[in-house]
Design a protein around this ligand. Sequence first.
Ligand SMILES: [Zn+2]
Ligand SMILES: [Zn+2]
Length: 111
Amino acid sequence: MKMEYYLCKKCMHVISNPVCSECFLKHVNEWLAGRDIDSAKKKEVVNELKRVIEISDEGLSDIDCVICHQNTVDFCTYCLVLRTRWVLKKLRDKGIVEDFDDIFNYAIWTH
Ligand SMILES: [Zn+2]
Ligand SMILES: [Zn+2]
């Protein structure tokens, strides 16, 4: 068993559950698709997320994504979640942010 650990390049916390930006965005998109937001706004959110989250494709680390095992991961999910919340807050819809917290703080990242 590998005992190495990796630090997030943004917040310097240990990455315990490495998920690449691509897989993370995919989950966010799936979640968004089921929400009651008009499609123009959804598009806006997705584009903005791509801008703020897809920052990790430089391949600097050699830690594999636990979901796709193809991309490397430079940032912890906490940082990804934090950035997504910033973007979602711009929608000025409290329900959306709360729903996001519910889903992404527990369901997806705990297994
Ligand atoms: Zn981090
Ligand atoms: Zn991945």
